[in-house]
Design a binder for this molecule. Structure first.
Ligand code: ADP
Ligand code: MG
Length: 528
């Protein structure tokens, strides 16, 4: 009886367990389906955000051409009068560039956006060229970027004198020669001589308020003297100018210097007569290097999005340096992050709540963006690794990772194409974009409405049909291969056949050695 009961009971239980099991299976299936639907709808929303962003960032050839023309127009306006354009077009007082004849021992200090470098070089004239050079690099302690002027220049002086103290036997000063320094200072400065100038404003995350308006050469000179050393700062050099000089030392065709690093900027060799706002004498060479401060370039043709607006509002210099904020290494990663934040908030692509660190400005650095962008593994494991390491985000699907890569691609491509348009704008301004007939002197057509015909009056040697070399420096250009390729592609798109005569050459650490070369060509003690 008991057995029969047991049997009946157990068979009933089996039936019930079976029902429960199938109900559980149904529920699990429902959860899976609903999760899949949720993931699909998240991906759908994320894709929509991506598409909208891609559209807003789109830089077709026609738009790039407008940026080229706007750049050339603004360059002209900035040369005519002080404040004539957002492009400051600062005369650098550099009217002769190194040509290989320089001899002796020279130093350079290079304050960029991230790193600080000290360098020494022994020059041996045309036959010896660069006999020996040494340099050291230190990261700038972040607290100094927001501290006082004395602290900052004291740090630079300390690093410089300790480097000088380690000068080896291979480096030799001439009898009676002082150590002369080229000071590369990569922030906007209004120069008053080749070796003095006041800081106009900070960029790239620096905010040392009491230094604004100060003569940065005098500040460094004081720092050196406080440490009991005697050295002369022979040239104050913007990093673009250093890069230009470093390139020109080896190659006469170098006309333009560009930096694509933490920040971005360009300089070029202009006819002194075209600098209408220049009140000084026309230099013997007839030329003047102009520091454009192109990071501050602005034009309504630039593709501005919600990302650029919020980034600008939260930056240390709102309303300023809009071009730089679309192009340079300090900002590209943050542009990507802002799109990801939107996707995380509106499409929950990284789950709920939104990872806290993702909301932190500048938490995604451009080198990490570049790592994700270059990930060519089939399951995008580098993307997964970066998201996990930086934000603690786990378990992303390959589909979501692909969207992240597409965001990186959009931001990178836009920045690179705009940088290319900037370079072509300069080429156009100096008549080297291949659109002028070779050797024909053109009148300035600035007043004409047809901007495609825009050129300044161009001396024959500027349109000789020869090569024009752009000396380029900066970690973004050097390390971000896809950025570099997109930029090159856009230059070719813009110049067509003419691009064969334009060469962009990496002039690695050119800004440091260029400053030392300029110290040599502007030295107090000239060795013949
Ligand atoms: P600075 O501009 O401070 O003088 P660099 O020219 O060395 O210094 O540029 C450093 C910048 O280059 C970094 O702030 C970063 O934005 C960018 N960068 C460095 N490495 C990479 C990389 N692997 N991928 C993309 N960008 C990079
Ligand atoms: Mg630099």
């Amino acid at each position: 009886m008991a057995d029969a009961f047991k049997a009946r009971y157990s068979s009933g239980a089996q039936i019930r367990t079976g029902k429960i099991r199938s109900a559980a299976a149904c529920a699990a299936a429902a959860v899976i389906v609903s999760r899949r639907l949720k993931v699909r709808s998240q991906k759908c929303t994320a894709r929509k955000i991506l598409l909208e962003f891609q559209e807003a960032c789109y830089t077709p050839l026609a738009r790039l051409r407008q940026v080229v023309d706007a750049m050339a127009v603004e360059m002209h306006a900035g040369l005519v009068s002080e404040g004539g354009s957002k492009l400051k077009m600062l005369p650098t007082y550099i009217d002769r560039l190194p040509d290989g004849h320089e001899r002796g021992l020279y130093y350079a200090v290079d304050l960029g956006g991230t790193n600080f470098r000290v360098l020494r070089v022994q020059l041996g004239g045309l036959e010896g060229r660069v006999i020996k050079q040494e340099y050291e690099e230190v990261a700038i302690p972040p607290e100094l970027m927001l501290g006082t002027s004395e602290q900052l220049f004291d740090f630079i002086a300390k690093e410089l004198v300790s480097f000088v103290a380690r000068e080896g036997q291979d480096f030799r000063l001439h009898a009676g020669q002082n150590r002369e320094i080229g000071f590369t200072f990569s922030f906007p400065v209004k120069q008053t001589a080749v070796n003095s100038g006041t800081l106009l404003q900070w960029t790239k995350g620096f905010k040392v308020n009491d230094a604004v308006g100060e003569d940065v050469v005098a500040a460094l000179q004081r720092g050196i003297e406080r440490r009991g050393y005697k050295m002369r700062i022979a040239a104050l050099v913007n990093d673009t100018v250093g890069t230009l000089a470093g390139g020109r030392y080896w190659n006469n065709d170098v006309m333009i210097g560009v930096i694509l690093g933490t920040g971005t900027n360009a300089c070029y060799v202009e006819r002194a007569e075209a600098v209408s706002k220049w009140a000084g004498d026309i230099p013997k060479s007839g030329e003047m290097v102009i520091n454009m401060e192109w990071g501050n370039f602005w034009s309504s043709h630039l593709p501005r999005t919600y990302v650029d607006e919020s980034l600008d509002n939260e930056s240390l210099n709102p309303g300023e340096y809009g071009f730089e904020k679309m192009i340079s290494g300090m900002y590209l990663g943050d542009c990507v992050r802002r799109v990801l934040v939107r996707m995380a908030q509106e499409a929950c692509i990284f789950g709920t709540p939104v990872p806290h660190k993702l909301l932190e400005a500048f938490s995604l650095m451009t080198p990490d963006m570049s790592k994700m962008h270059h990930d060519d593994s089939s399951d995008l494991k580098v993307v997964a690794e970066v998201l996990k390491r930086v934000y603690g985000i786990q378990n992303t699907t390959v589909g979501i990772r692909k969207i992240v890569v597409a965001v990186c691609d959009t931001v990178c491509q836009r920045g690179a194409r705009l940088a290319a348009a900037g370079i072509v704008g300069i080429l156009k301004k100096i008549g080297r974009d291949g659109s002028a007939a070779n050797g024909v002197i053109k009148r300035n057509t600035f007043e004409q409405s047809d901007m495609n015909g825009f050129h300044d009056e161009v001396p024959v040697h500027y349109t000789s049909g020869g090569r024009t070399v752009v000396a380029m420096d900066g970690g973004l250009y050097e390390h971000y291969t896809k950025f570099r390729n997109y930029m090159q592609e856009a230059v070719v798109e813009l110049l067509g056949e003419g691009s064969k005569n334009v060469v962009i050459e990496l002039s690695k650490d050119g800004s440091g050695i260029g400053a030392a070369l300029l110290a040599a060509s502007h030295a107090e003690y000239v060795i013949s």
